[in-house]
Ligand binder design. Structure first.
Ligand SMILES: NC(=O)c1ccc[n+]([C@@H]2O[C@H](COP(=O)([O-])OP(=O)(O)OC[C@H]3O[C@@H](n4cnc5c(N)ncnc54)[C@H](OP(=O)(O)O)[C@@H]3O)[C@@H](O)[C@H]2O)c1
Length: 312
């Protein structure tokens, strides 16, 4: 019995891995076709994650409207996408300059976005500004800039696009958020507060717009590797342990998050958490054993430099 189990178990594991691989490949291909012809707006299309999202949706045949603060970066992205794509199955991207720190300009930008194709099927709110510093080193001005970029800007654009979605009784709103929208950790006061606010806004909105067939999704990664760090060569992932350790130590690659955004749009998932077991456990501990959570987090506090742009 024991000997048979030793023989059968690896075969079962290999079969299960094969089935899982096939399943993910098929769903990936199906996700691509599901966005074909859809009008997809991506805010901050030029950052690490935004670029990958733009590439994935553009290659999937979506009519992408790429938004970003810098026209030069948008044009560079436009060239990259056009040169890599098959023109027979892709649409030429539209470009729109969007700076969330200028809230008063957002109604005009919304109009410009709607004029591109007359409607928007999917809005992917991806923009964010990060700061990591002790609270006394973050000025109120900085707090406000972060709230504008991470909360007031995205919700103003969402509110601007909603009437058109409601009248068409169709639309998808996707917020790329962060686990810090669910958990407060030291030295991230402004960032975590803005992400909590955005999470709450979209959670409330989900229930309000369901009757109009508008879906709302939030995707919360823990740590996305910066874009210039390329994935390790495939052979480094032959060891399962290395595979998990790599993810744990370095976070997920923007491409993995972009593919998850695509799957989320395709399946209209309401909430996605991209996290390893430790942050997942932290979420449960925060809910059920808050005293323990606060004690562990306080124990981890160390000196950090003055105000700086965060890298994660
Ligand atoms: N990176 C991570 O580890 C991580 C983890 C969890 C969640 N996330 C979430 O994933 C999303 C993408 O993050 P990312 O790390 O790919 O971004 P990123 O590399 O940090 O880039 C931030 C981008 O936001 C732009 N930006 C800043 N202020 C803006 C404003 N006022 N208006 C318009 N654009 C503005 C920046 O443009 P300029 O460079 O021109 O200033 C830059 O392109 C964010 O929502 C983030 O919260 C990231």
């Amino acid at each position: 019995m024991g000997f048979t189990a030793v023989l059968v178990l690896p075969i079962l594991v290999v079969i299960a891995a094969g089935v899982y691989y096939l399943y993910t490949e098929i769903t990936r291909l199906m996700s691509k076709s599901a966005v074909r012809n859809k009008v997809v707006v991506i805010t901050d299309a030029v950052s690490g994650m935004g670029k990958e999202c733009s590439r994935v949706f553009h290659a999937g045949g979506a009519r992408v409207i790429l938004c970003g603060k810098s026209w030069e970066k948008l044009e560079a992205l436009y060239d990259t996408l056009n040169s890599a794509a098959d023109p027979s199955v892709t649409f030429t991207p539209k470009l729109v300059v969007l700076d969330f720190s200028d809230i008063d300009a957002i109604p005009d930008v919304t109009k410009e976005i709607l004029e591109c194709y007359g409607c928007v099927d999917v809005l992917i709110s991806n923009t964010s500004m990060k700061v990591k510093a002790p609270v006394q080193n973050v000025s109120l001005e900085m707090d406000k800039r972060i709230m504008d970029t991470n909360y007031f800007g995205p919700i103003t654009l969402t509110k601007g696009l909603l009437p058109s979605m409601i009248s068409r009784r169709s639309g998808q709103l996707v917020l790329v958020n962060s686990i810090q929208g669910r958990l407060g950790v030291p030295f991230r006061t402004a960032y975590a507060a803005s992400k909590h606010a955005a999470q709450a806004f979209f959670d409330c909105l989900r229930a309000e717009v369901e009757e109009f067939d508008i879906s709302v999704s939030t995707i919360s990664p823990t740590f996305i590797r910066s874009h210039h760090q390329q994935p390790e060569p495939r052979n480094a992932e032959k060891s399962t342990w290395k595979f998990f350790f790599r993810k744990f130590a370095h976070g997920v690659h923007p491409e993995e998050v972009a593919n998850e955004v695509l799957r989320t749009v395709n399946r209209k998932k309401k909430e996605v958490l991209m996290a390893n077991p430790i942050p997942r456990a932290a979420l449960y501990i925060r809910s059920f054993l808050p005293g323990l959570f606060f004690a562990v987090v306080a124990a981890g506090v160390k000196d950090v430099p003055l105000v700086e742009e965060d890298t994660q």
